[in-house]
Design a protein around this ligand. Structure first.
Ligand SMILES: *Cc1c(COP(=O)(O)O)cnc(C)c1O
Length: 443
């Protein structure tokens, strides 16, 4: 009920207010009846009330209330909206890191109902949770004797530290005591498990001898952490996994980005296979970075260690849900991921797309030009690597209009222009991007 007092309403104003349809009448509109089934009545009623308010304020005609409410309905009952990532950062943490492949999205939908995640349908007997996804992961990394999956990379580290090092020492190089992002500091996380950190070396130089001098009866494992979001250059030195493997204690390597094998475009980025071959006992990684899958944490390595982690009581608190398992398996076995495609995109093709889009938009009177640009991997992967790219350059005011449009587009600001970088935009989204720019030009 509208409690506002309208002082000295004019005759015309009162008349408009009387013509505003009642909520229950609007809700009988078949489009809104159907929407209520999809979105719940709360969202539909909120859209109707908003439209009635706009009619009361004279922004729309009273007859337009139903149409306005229908147009304002959210696409889904979930609060998260799909956006186009035109930032030029392939794995943007604020945009949910890796976009799932069509195969992974389909697998998630199929697994949404009751599913055989922990049941063998042939025998009718309980089976290992997520066994097919784990088999797919093991299949992609034959160097790993065993694998396990938890909720994210941080959970993988917590589980390793808790199960293997509580009350003992983790030996770690001073140059690898990193903050991953948003205040998440890896040393704090490790210490929170009850493990003690034994720091060795200096910020810029740490040798195998430094580690050797620190390893003793209290050592649970040596931890190597990939500095995934910065680079130290100049007078630097780190000890290789192979050298550390000779120390006689387990070597755990947090590679971060989840590359399973070397990537030709990212020669400096560590991968699980190479680390295991070099002698790592356990590798931890994220699923939603360069692997291009759902948020999860991968643990790959020696049977004895992985089994100890999987059987630890904490593993139950960190276990992944069926939707993650479905998406992970489809990522591992399915076609090229959007992340891999974006990494591999040919700069000439990107430039061609930018020129074509700019020409079409300029024909509509929009101040836009195609420019060369450079994209980055982001999301804790391949620091310092730039990927040649192409972008649409628009006046700065477009940034806000694009973000708040019907199909939100997130670009980046550079030298007073709004750049829409195409490297992380799949080519099939070019038309949506053009529509979003046209819509932003009108607002
Ligand atoms: C990203 C990252 C993490 C954290 O992984 P999440 O999946 O975000 O929890 C840990 N270590 C390294 C080296 C990383 O790059």
């Amino acid at each position: 009920m509208d409690q506002r007092v309208v002082p000295q309403a004019t005759g015309e104003h009162t008349d408009v207010r009387r013509r505003i349809p009642r909520t229950d009448a609007v809700l009988r509109d078949p489009r809104l009846v159907q929407a209520a089934r999809r979105l719940g009545t709360g969202a539909v009623k909120a859209a109707v009330r908003e439209a009635q308010d706009r009619a009361r304020d004279g922004v729309i005609a009273p007859e337009a209330v139903a149409d306005t409410a229908v147009a304002a309905l959210p696409a889904t009952a979930g609060g998260l909206r799909p956006v186009l990532n035109a930032t030029g950062v392939l794995l943007h943490t604020n945009l949910g890191r890796a976009p799932l492949s069509a195969a992974a999205r389909h697998a998630v939908r199929e697994a949404a109902g009751p599913t055989d995640v922990e049941l063998d349908l042939r025998t009718g007997v309980r089976a290992r949770r997520g066994r097919t996804a784990l088999a797919a992961l093991a299949g992609r990394v034959p160097s790993a004797a065993a694998v396990h999956v938890v909720n994210n990379g941080a959970a993988a580290l917590v589980l390793a530290a808790t199960a293997l090092a509580a009350g003992k020492e983790i030996v770690i190089g001073r140059g690898e005591m990193v903050e991953i992002g948003d205040g998440f500091r890896l040393p704090d996380l490790l210490v929170s498990t009850g493990a003690r950190l034994r720091e060795v070396g200096t910020t810029n130089r740490t040798t195998a001898a430094d580690y050797a001098a620190a390893v003793g009866p209290d050592t649970a494992f040596v931890l190597k952490v990939h500095p995934s979001n910065f680079r130290v250059t100049g007078f630097t030195r780190t000890a290789g996994t192979g050298e550390l493997a000779a120390l006689g204690v387990p070597v755990v390597v947090d590679i971060g980005s989840g590359l399973l094998a070397p990537h030709p475009r990212l020669p400096a980025e560590p991968d699980a296979t190479s680390q295991l071959r070099a002698g790592a006992s356990l590798v931890t990684a994220s699923g939603d970075k360069l692997l291009g899958g759902p948020q999860c944490g991968l643990l790959l390595g020696e049977e004895r260690l992985v089994r100890a982690l999987a059987r630890h009581p904490l593993a139950r608190a960190l276990r992944v849900d069926k939707l993650t398992l479905a998406a992970l398996e489809a990522t591992l076995t399915g076609p090229e991921t959007p992340t891999a495609a974006a990494l591999a995109a040919d700069p000439a093709v990107l430039a061609h797309r930018a020129v074509r889009l700019a020409a079409a938009l300029r024909a509509d009177g929009i101040d836009v030009r195609a420019v060369a640009g450079s994209a980055t991997v982001g999301g804790g992967g391949a620091p310092g690597v730039t990927l040649p790219s192409a972008a649409l350059s628009l006046p700065e005011r477009y940034a806000a209009a694009l973000r708040t449009g019907p199909v939100p587009v997130v670009g980046r600001l550079e030298a007073g222009r709004c750049l829409l970088d195409l490297r992380a935009v799949p080519p099939e989204d070019d038309d949506r991007l053009a529509r979003a720019v046209r819509s932003a030009a009108k607002r």
